[in-house]
Design a protein around this ligand. Structure first.
Ligand code: GLU
Length: 293
C-alpha cells in the first residue's frame, strides 16, 4: 500500500458544527482505512476572526469522538518563518510581487500582472497568476478545469496587514507535513487550483484531493460558524457518530447504533466506502444539527 498521510485542518473561528465533524470523520476514516497517518493542524492565521477558546474546544471534541491524531498538533501561528521562506522563494523566482491595489481600485476585476506599488503604503504580496489552463482530478468530484487568468488572477499570499493567506500557509504546511491525501469540504474546491499553482511554483508535490459534500441548513446555506450553525456537543457521542456515518452514506447496520464509540469507528474504518459520496455537492444536515427555523 502506498504511504498515506492525511490531515484535518480547522480554523479556530468557533466550535465544530456537524459539517466540520463529518469532514474530520471522513478524513480520519480515509486515512485509517489506508493504514495511514492522520494529523491535525490548527489554522490560526487570522487572530481578529478567531475565538481564543476554539482551538481547545475543537481538539477536545475530536478527542471525545475518538478521532485521535498522530503526533503533535501543529499551529500555523507558530510557523511564520516557513511562510516567509516560501514568500522569498516566490519573489526570487518572479512568481510573487508587492501590490498596494485596493479592492475598490480593482472594481470587481481580477488582478492581472505586476503593478507599481505605492511606496508610501504597506504592501500585500500577490502570486503572479500564469497564463495557463488547469484540469484537476478529484477523488469524489468530476474533473474541474480552470483558465487561470480568466478565473483566478493574481491572488494575495501575504496580506497588507502582514497576515499570511490561507492559500500560502496551507500549501507550505501540507508539504512540510508530508500530506499525501486531502479530504475536505467541496466549499474549498476552487482553492485547490490556487494551491496547485503555488505547489508548482514552489516545486512541491501535489497531494491527492477528495472534496466532500457540505452539510446545509434548512435554507440551503452551508453549515458554518458565520451562519451560526449549532456546535456539536460532547454528549451523545455514539448516536452522533452513527448519524454522521449515515450522512456519509456508509449505511451502518442498525445493530451498530447500540455499540460503543470505538466499535463504531472500527466498523467505519473497515467498511469505509468514500465512492458512495461521489458527485454529491451538498445535502441537508440531520435536523438535530440544523439551526432551529
Ligand atoms: N482551515 C480551513 C477551514 O477551516 C480548511 C483548510 C483545508 O482543509 O484545506 O475552512
Amino acid at each position: 500500500m502506498t504511504p498515506y498521510t492525511g490531515r484535518f485542518a480547522p480554523s479556530p473561528t468557533g466550535p465544530l458544527h456537524f459539517g466540520s465533524l463529518v469532514s474530520a470523520l471522513a478524513s480520519f476514516l480515509d486515512a485509517r482505512a489506508a493504514q495511514g497517518q492522520w494529523l491535525v493542524r490548527i489554522e490560526d492565521l487570522d487572530p481578529p476572526r478567531e475565538d481564543p477558546a476554539a482551538s481547545d474546544a475543537i481538539l477536545r471534541i475530536l478527542d471525545v469522538y475518538g478521532l485521535h491524531w498522530d503526533g503533535s498538533v501543529v499551529y500555523q501561528s507558530q510557523r511564520s518563518e516557513l511562510y516567509q521562506a516560501a514568500l522569498e522563494q516566490l519573489i526570487a523566482t518572479g512568481a510573487a510581487f508587492p501590490c498596494t491595489c485596493s479592492r475598490s481600485q480593482l472594481g470587481g476585476h481580477l488582478h492581472l500582472g505586476r503593478c507599481q506599488p505605492d511606496p508610501e503604503q504597506d504592501c500585500a504580496y500577490r502570486f503572479l497568476c500564469p497564463d495557463t489552463h488547469l484540469t484537476l482530478h478529484d477523488g469524489l468530484q468530476p474533473d474541474h478545469s480552470y483558465d487561470c487568468q480568466r478565473s483566478i488572477g493574481d491572488f494575495v499570499i501575504r496580506r497588507r496587514d502582514h497576515l499570511w493567506s490561507y492559500q500560502l500557509a496551507v500549501v507550505v504546511d501540507d508539504a512540510a507535513q508530508g500530506i499525501t491525501h486531502v479530504v475536505r469540504g467541496i466549499d474549498l474546491i476552487d482553492s485547490t487550483a490556487r494551491q496547485h499553482l503555488l505547489q508548482q511554483a514552489l516545486g512541491l508535490p501535489h497531494p491527492h484531493y477528495s472534496h466532500l459534500p457540505v452539510a446545509v441548513e434548512r435554507n440551503g446555506q452551508k453549515l458554518s460558524k458565520q451562519n451560526l450553525s449549532l456546535a456539536v456537543s460532547g454528549e451523545d457521542v455514539t448516536a452522533t457518530l452513527f448519524t454522521a456515518l449515515q450522512w456519509l452514506r456508509q449505511s451502518p447496520p442498525d445493530a451498530l447504533a447500540s455499540a460503543g464509540r470505538d466499535e463504531i469507528l472500527q466498523w467505519a474504518v473497515t467498511h469505509w466506502q468514500p465512492a458512495r459520496l461521489s458527485g454529491l455537492s451538498g445535502q441537508p444536515a440531520p435536523s438535530a444539527f440544523m439551526r432551529p427555523s
